[in-house]
Ligand binder design. Structure first.
Ligand code: AMP
Length: 283
């Protein structure tokens, strides 16, 4: 496994693989790897000749009062996990390498960001789309793997690829969970033991919402009300959002029908957790 820290070396390596007709699978991450990341890597490993993983905590996608400085980092641990997952290259640039000077332009996402994390984190998806476009130009992947845990990110990157005609295939991947249903996340380490116990209520409320829909509920407001009371009853967290939207359009709906997403963001003292489920509803 190679650790590549410069853009030039990464581009040269990938170009030589491409010349040899090899496919390149790419998993962009912010590191502090967990089994969710590893599930993306395993899928990418089985579908490509070369597997590249990037580890970069991108300052552009963090707001001024967010957790950029204290985002968990442990490269030695990540390196061992990646090696074990048969990764060929870790692209591990520092901030100076990615942003040697102030950007003269960035990507501005203008659709699908008036909801969910786009609404709670102004500018977040501009930062995500900008760094992902840079990473795509550096790694030049054949296939790129993103987790549905960040469903709005999948929707934004799908549009990025389509709008800018990037010759890249995006593979959305299922969310990996702890035994009690909590979605694996690098930020789970911030939870106190009491919060960690309460956090399973997020997925429980999503599962119970699905049950309600299966037994005939079609009013999104009723589902939202249910989630709000459930999380209020079973956690001390603050609800940032609980939304039911069409997916992947992310439009508000009055009646549940077709492909939908139920998404939650819950703020605990030091960690803001997100989770969602997507499903198809028969009218
Ligand atoms: P992050 O390091 O949080 O930026 O995540 C890197 C990639 O891993 C993103 O595509 C995430 O959606 C994905 N990911 C994060 N958590 C999970 C999970 N629990 N299951 C599957 N994929 C995940």
């Amino acid at each position: 496994m190679k650790i590549v820290k410069t853009i030039t070396e990464m581009q040269e390596l990938v170009q030589s693989y491409k010349q040899d007709g090899k496919s390149v699978g790419f998993v962009p991450t912010m590191g502090y790897l967990h089994e969710g990341h590893l599930s993306l890597m395993n899928k990418a490993r089985s579908e490509n000749d070369i597997l590249v993983v990037s580890i970069f905590v991108n300052p552009l996608q963090f707001g001024p009062n967010e957790d950029f400085d204290r985002y968990p980092r442990d490269f030695d641990r990540d390196e061992a996990l990646a090696k074990n997952a048969s990764v060929d290259i870790i692209f591990y640039p520092d901030v100076k390498e990615m942003y040697p000077k102030e950007m003269a332009m960035t990507i501005h996402v203008q659709q699908g960001i008036d909801v969910l994390c786009g609404r709670s984190r102004p500018g977040h998806f501009d930062g995500v789309a900008t760094v992902v476009l840079k990473l795509f130009n550096i790694v030049m992947p054949t296939n790129v793997y993103f987790g549905m845990k960040d469903a709005q990110q999948v929707a934004v990157i799908t549009q990025l690829i389509e709008n800018f005609n990037l010759p890249i295939n995006l593979v959305p991947c299922d969310t990996l969970r702890e035994e009690d249903g909590l979605a694996k996340s690098s930020r789970n380490v911030y939870l106190s033991s009491e919060e960690r116990k309460q956090a399973s209520a997020i997925y429980q409320s999503l599962q119970k919402s699905i049950e309600r829909i299966k037994t005939g509920e079609r009013n999104p407001l009723v589902i939202r009300e249910f989630i709000t009371s459930y999380l209020t009853d079973y956690t001390d967290g603050m609800i940032d959002y609980a939304e039911i939207l069409s997916y992947p359009e992310l439009k508000e709906i009055e009646h549940l029908n077709g492909n939908i997403i139920i998404a939650i963001a819950l703020k605990f003292e030091k960690a803001r957790l997100i989770d969602n489920v997507t499903l198809t509803v028969e009218s």
